[in-house]
Design a protein around this ligand. Structure first.
Ligand code: UDP
Length: 237
């Protein structure tokens, strides 16, 4: 460890690879077919799954498979500066990339002409909302009994000056020093080498990608433990 690294302090006071406290609870929306809450520190995501159910209008149906439809919503009161309610480009992009992140583990070929709706609500936001949403959605799909090969675990990495840090909060995401703000959200299939999402907002040297993957793998192991515990709690009830 260099002298520089030792002296670097995250705004949150956490160690460079220290994650925020995580919490997960399954079965939080009784009327949904499956539901879950997942938190990274002050970021709270709720996911509710409805379906599989017949897709309308009929011309959108696919006779060869079921369809996954995600709707991510950062609620107006979830951030300190009130967000205008309703969809925007950001929420549409996050909804789509959440679908891409989750689809590889879903086995929905046996549900032709149907849709599985996943509603993700961010009720409190302090960065990492898309990754918390993916973790909650993965749990909610499992809770709904949708056939899945495995769970999906998701976390964001970033940089504090030149050092890689894990699970950034909003102050860290906005950090302007050094090489500028960098946000690197990832999602992967639990207990595997397969990543289903890698996004990059900012700059990173290509030779550091291996380092990022290693850190993401370690973080995802911790996320998976929290997810498994939450699922076990509901099974044992
Ligand atoms: N944010 C906000 N208002 C918005 C969108 C985002 O205050 O309309 C904040 C919120 O805390 C969010 C953070 O900016 O978590 C980072 O947003 P980003 O688009 O990077 O996605 P995230 O890190 O939440 O996945």
């Amino acid at each position: 460890m260099t002298k520089e690294t030792k002296e670097l302090k995250r705004p949150s006071g956490r160690g460079l690879t220290e994650m925020r406290q995580m919490k997960a609870k399954v079965g939080v929306v009784p009327n949904a077919d499956g539901s879950a809450m997942f938190t990274f520190g002050n970021t709270i995501a709720i996911a509710a799954v409805y379906g599989p159910r017949q897709l309308h209008p009929q011309h959108m149906q696919d006779p060869s498979t079921g369809i996954l439809r995600v709707n991510y919503d950062l609620l107006s009161f979830s951030v300190s500066e009130r967000k205008k309610p309703g969809p925007n480009r950001r929420s549409q992009e996050i909804s789509k990339m959440t679908e891409f992140a989750l689809l590889p583990v879903l086995d929905i070929k046996d549900f032709p002409n149907t849709v599985i709706d996943v509603q993700i609500y961010i009720i409190q936001a302090d960065a990492g909302t898309r990754t918390a949403g993916i973790n909650a959605a993965s749990l909610a799909l499992a809770h709904a009994g949708i056939p899945m090969k495995n769970l999906i675990c998701s976390v964001a990495l970033g940089k504090l000056d030149k050092e890689l840090i894990i699970d950034l909060d909003k102050d860290e995401e906005d950090f302007e020093g050094g090489e500028g703000p960098t946000d690197f959200p990832l999602a992967k299939i639990a207990n595997s080498d397969q990543f289903t999402l890698i996004q990059l907002d900012g700059k990173i040297q290509p030779e550091r990608v291996k380092e990022i993957i290693d850190l993401a793998n370690k973080a995802c192991e911790k996320i998976y433990e929290v997810q498994k515990k939450a699922l076990k709690e509901v099974i044992e009830q």
